[in-house]
Ligand binder design. Structure first.
Ligand SMILES: C[S@@+](CC[C@H](N)C(=O)[O-])C[C@H]1O[C@@H](n2cnc3c(N)ncnc32)[C@H](O)[C@@H]1O
Length: 217
């Protein structure tokens, strides 16, 4: 199985993948190095359930990404078991899944998708290349180091999307833990956002880094 797992510094996006034994060993080592707070507490299968596909279909995101001019590198931050990552892998040459939960990372690794690299960490990974797109799907409200991620995105990312639970929905995380769209826009200062009203239970913000990508025409 060809899946690569990095510790913190995937400096070469074209690095050759390891085999599955390397993946498992790296994950075990990383598990000892990183403190991982407990976050999403449910069974990971919920993340990939038919119910989730109904309330959060990936199609609106896919349609939005298809028209991007550059589709070389994407990051899925708080990727979980890869519900969105697998779709990103069809659109981008290389996708990095950043996930702090080892169990979820292992589930994604077992999918064996060649152009997905898995980074097990709860902090923004150190990189020295540009990113075409960063996704935070149902993850930003769980991420403690949001300011660090905002800085990281300003520095590296051309586009980003934040999809997260809206305040109206009766399902989902406790309402006091949710994040509202206006604070996301404030957090990612330097990005110009549009909001796509496509989901019942989620808001969907798509942002363009004003310093990196100029509108055409
Ligand atoms: C509700 S799950 C969503 C997973 C995936 N994005 C999806 O849509 O299926 C949120 C994920 O964010 C991860 N997470 C939370 N804080 C994180 C952090 N600081 N760094 C990386 N992952 C984080 C959790 O472990 C969990 O897998």
């Amino acid at each position: 199985m060809n899946v690569d797992v990095y510790s913190k510094n995937p400096t070469n996006p074209n690095r050759l993948p390891h085999n599955i034994n390397d993946v498992v060993m790296s994950i075990k080592r990383l598990g000892r190095w990183f403190f991982m707070p407990h976050r999403f507490e449910g069974d990971w299968r919920v993340l990939e359930s038919e119910w989730r596909k109904k309330i959060l279909p990936p199609d609106p995101l896919i349609e939005k990404l298809k028209v991007l001019e550059r589709r070389k590198i994407a990051f899925d931050v708080g990727a979980g078991t890869g519900y969105f990552t697998v779709h990103l892998a069809k659109l981008f040459e290389k996708v990095y899944a950043v996930e702090c939960n080892l169990e979820f990372a292992k589930v994604l690794a077992r999918k064996g998708i060649k152009n997905i690299g898995i980074i097990v960490t709860d902090k923004p990974p150190e990189i020295d290349f540009e990113i075409d797109f960063v996704l935070f799907a149902d993850s930003l409200h769980e991420i403690e180091c949001r300011d660090e991620y905002a800085e990281w995105c300003r520095k590296h990312a051309r586009y980003l999307a934040v999809i997260d639970w809206n305040e109206r929905c009766e399902y989902g995380p406790p309402k006091e833990d949710r994040i509202d769209p206006s604070s996301v826009i404030e957090l990612f200062d330097g990005f110009e956002f549009e909001e796509l009203p496509v989901y019942e239970c989620h808001f969907f913000l798509f942002g363009r880094n004003e310093l990196k990508d100029q509108p055409r025409g």
